[in-house]
Ligand binder design. Sequence first.
Ligand code: PMP
Length: 435
Amino acid sequence: MTHLLHRSIHGRLPVAVGGKGIHLFDADGKSYIDASGGAAVSCLGHNHPEVQAALHAQLDRLAYAHTSFFTTQVAEELADRLIADAPAALEHVYLVSGGSEAVEAALKMARQYFVEKGEPQRRHIIARRQSYHGNTLGVLATGGNEWRRARFLPLLIETHHIAPCFAYRGQREGESDGDYARRAAGELEAKILELGADQVMAFVAETVVGATAGAVPPVADYFRHIRRICDKYGVLLILDEVMCGMGRTGTLHACEQDGIAPDLMTIAKGLGGGYQPVGAVLLSGRIFEAFAQGSGYFQHGHTYAGHPMAAAASLAVQTILKRDGLLDNVRTMGDALHAGLVQRFADHPHVGDIRGRGLFRAVELVQDRSSKTPFDAGLKLHARIKKEAMARGLMVYPMGGTIDGQNGDHVLIAPPFIVAQTDIAAIVERLGDAV
Ligand code: PMP
């Protein structure tokens, strides 16, 4: 095969030819448990007949209409549904085709908001070191992963990074959760003051950090402090829930568990469950109003925004998710997965931390449990675990300690929301053997 993606940093890849439920099948007839949901994408599993039917029906009606000429019923219905289920503060939707596009659009919305309001000096973006927000130049700059950024500098827009809230690595011995939450959030205030209180546009964070550090939830009250600090200085809060959102953590939006709502929220992956490329920005009424009273529109646009096929897939996925009460299963099976991992790895000398929320869990590997020292990056331990897992018919999502060696290799486990107890047992067993 000459397809560039077929030979990637992951080496030569098997050819996927089919899927059903939580399983994928390759051209050699081998079956894999999709315990990563791809990259936390597949929430209903593969080849769901009702989603397939919804896509066929939409294809028969209309595949495409450009948004500068038409809206479509299916896109409007999806937008209404997303707003009905969103935190009350979020009143409008902007549909795009993926996660990077969503974060990129959110950043431009934040910028245009301040331009419309006559505060063009607000241009600084603050984000967090352990974060991933996508791969286009704009959002690559926002992400805090030095390894990803390095070879594209100096093209990236200036972004200021602070430490994330990461209890395993950041919380001091004896420090209470409350004190740690205040201290970690305090970094944002210090950075705002350093840059100039009226110069900062937005703070961007993943509610639960996904790919870069492995399912890192904030400690209680961290985001309440963050919300308060953003409000105090008029800084917009952008939560990136591309990976952790749409039910993955056991509530539709992860931030529901933190008791706050952002000004802008990005969603993708689980929105369409992998059936179509799709993403969205949910935005507050005041941002929408600033556009309405200013230039009258958001100066942005992509050819495939609001694509009818993407909207049909998303609407079907979200309807089934609700109808089948799958968030309950995310919580129950998430707890079972956590308990299984804790039991399997209790005595493992190199498993330093097991963490996450819902069906968004990770295991972090370290040389030594007491010092938490990561393995040498050159070992590529995470890639070796992935290979061992694939050999055992298990897909997990690994990542190295690529954040300046600050955290260890980790393995993210994010199966579809339809997993059963027996699947959880098989995932834990195969991962245990692979590690
Ligand atoms: N934000 C987060 C939190 C992500 O995890 C990702 C994808 N891993 C993105 C943005 C980018 O999404 P996409 O790959 O669809 O462009």
